[in-house]
Design a protein around this ligand. Structure first.
Ligand code: B12
Ligand code: SF4
Length: 468
């Protein structure tokens, strides 16, 4: 979006403040805004951090900026966040074209012009106006090269042991599937009347190689974190890209979210072998559940044991790949017994690590209802995908069940991989396992300790420079 803005407006100075990367706490962020006096401030946040997003909006308002919000949270909660009066305009869906038209319209300072910008919501008096749907960008290669020069590139992965030289990069947008709980296919979906349909777009191999060359050669990046909701949704591009990476002798570490059925498909076509050879060494598989009924209800597909088969394939044929299985709990009808069973079945697979994510009523999913908005966003702090043990609700009860399982349930495959991980000759795997075990136990220890002290701290840890 920064690149799109500066390409469109030669007289607009564009900056990106990546506050966490710059270790910029609230006080210094306020000072920075006062110094720069921006005319427009754009913010985008996950639901869990929308309170922080609104806090940043307040700082921006204090310096007289027009505040624009977008992304998968604000874009799906426009009505309620606009009522806070901290946000002037919300951008829905894909941002690059809309932000350019929007800034052009704001410069003309009239609501009637704003109404002609598709893909936004804004207040007109007391009324919230939502304009027409924004068409998706048909060809992602038409996007300007990301404005890497505006980012503190050297900071990403600076102190990381296993992701040194990290950078976020996207192969495409959207997904071919439409899992019920997922906001991502909707965020980049195609609107048809009142319906949103899954829609996948990918960049060309030439364009992707151009980005990779700039990232590696100009910015010294050594690990690509693919941000795609589903990296292997397209059957050809990832494999063709891998061929190009290998042809240029550029093998580079990579991580990606992938679907199990596509892993199996890509093994059959030879694509998987190529992507792993080009450096894909960390794969996150959304397994979600092991029972057919729940997979069907979640519209996940993979009803024929594809997830387990993909995990076995990766473990046997590509042992250099670190695998993470993500599972969903807190479904209607879940009980501690069902979650204990899910845990055991999850570890029937040879998986290196698991995430158990509670079904969360995120804006943009059918589970969200505007009435859940509490006026500040504080209640959404629970939307952090982490275990929450306090209270008597089902989620807390199931979180405690999972904690118990993590500590005391050791199906043979889990024990084998856990112990094997500590003595393996694969230094990266050993290091990831050690660090994750330490982090997990630290998180649990901290949660228990704060509960003993009677304090109600946020589940996510805040850095020491947070308020500074
Ligand atoms: C990379 C990533 C991270 C990285 C970010 C590092 C980095 N520097 O890139 C890390 C690992 C830190 C991270 C952490 C977390 N993440 Co995360 N993350 C992602 C991921 C995979 C990619 C984001 C991305 O770059 N997308 C690509 C861009 C192009 O798409 P986009 O963000 O949608 O942006 C476009 C539009 O939405 C719009 N837009 C977006 N923002 C804005 C702002 C303005 C002003 C405008 C006009 C438009 C606009 O325009 C953009 C271009 O078209 C997404 C899933 C996904 N694929 O999107 C999850 C995702 C955003 N994360 C999620 C979560 C839950 C988390 C964590 C809570 C997990 C945890 N427990 O640790 C934390 C929270 C961090 C925090 N806020 O404190 C959820 C958020 C759900 C929600 N609706 O709230 C997502 C959607 C994943 C999911 N499965 O649902 N994450
Ligand atoms: S496969 Fe993944 S990205 Fe695609 S709809 Fe399902 S959960 Fe979302």
């Amino acid at each position: 979006m920064a690149a799109a803005l500066r390409t469109a407006f030669a007289d607009l100075e564009v900056a990106i403040l990546d506050a966490p990367a710059l270790q910029m706490g609230w006080k210094s962020l306020g000072e920075e805004l006062r110094k720069r006096q921006p005319a427009y401030v754009g913010i985008g946040e996950e639901a869990v951090s929308c309170v922080e997003g609104l806090r940043a909006a307040r700082l921006a308002k204090q310096v007289g900026a027009t505040v624009i919000a977008g992304g998968c949270f604000f874009g799906n909660a426009a009505k309620v966040v606009l009522q806070s009066r901290l946000i002037d305009v919300v951008v829905h869906g894909e941002g690059e074209v809309t932000i350019v038209e929007l800034v052009g319209a704001i410069r003309e300072r009239s609501a009637s012009v704003l109404k002609r910008v598709n893909g936004i919501s804004f207040r007109d008096g007391e009324e919230v106006v939502r304009t027409g749907e924004r068409e998706l960008i048909p060809n992602l290669d038409a996007l300007p090269m990301p404005a890497y020069d505006l980012l503190p590139m050297e900071k990403y992965g600076e102190r990381s042991k296993n992701h040194a030289g990290l950078v976020a990069i996207e192969l495409g947008r959207g997904c071919t599937c439409r899992c019920e709980f997922c906001v991502l296919w909707r965020q980049m979906g195609k609107h048809q009347g009142n319906r949103v349909l899954p829609h996948l777009r990918v960049k060309s191999v030439e364009r992707l190689m151009e980005e990779i060359r700039v990232l590696m050669d100009r910015h010294g990046r050594r690990f690509l974190g693919w941000v795609d909701p589903c990296f292997n949704a397209h059957a050809e591009i990832p494999g063709q890209l891998a061929d190009s990476i290998l042809r240029e002798g550029r093998a580079i570490g990579q991580s990606a979210w992938v679907r199990a059925d596509f892993v199996l498909r890509d093994e059959a076509s030879g694509t998987l072998r190529q992507t792993v050879a080009a450096g894909l060494c960390e794969m996150y598989l959304g397994v979600e559940r092991t029972e057919e009924g729940n997979l069907r209800a979640l519209r996940k597909g993979n009803l024929r044991n594809e997830s387990e088969n993909a995990m076995w394939l990766l473990a046997r044929k590509y042992p250099q790949v670190f695998t993470v299985g993500s599972f969903i709990y807190n479904l209607p009808g879940d009980t501690p017994a069902a979650v204990r069973r899910l845990f055991r079945e999850a570890y029937r697979m040879p998986v290196d690590m698991t995430f158990f994510i509670p079904l969360t009523a995120l804006p943009g999913t059918p589970y969200w209802d505007e009435k859940q908005w509490d006026g500040s966003g504080e209640a959404l702090r629970e939307a952090d995908f982490l275990l929450h043990f306090r209270g008597e609700g089902l989620k807390a009860q199931l979180s405690r069940t999972l904690l118990f399982c993590y500590w005391f349930s050791w199906p043979s495959e889990r024990l084998k991989r856990f112990l094997g991980g500590f003595v393996t000759r694969d230094a990266r795997r050993r290091s990831i396992l050690r660090r994750n075990t330490a982090r997990f136990n630290w998180y649990i220890g901290r949660t228990i300790w704060t509960a003993v002290l009677g304090r109600n701290e946020m589940a996510m840890n805040l850095p020491s420079w947070y308020e500074s």
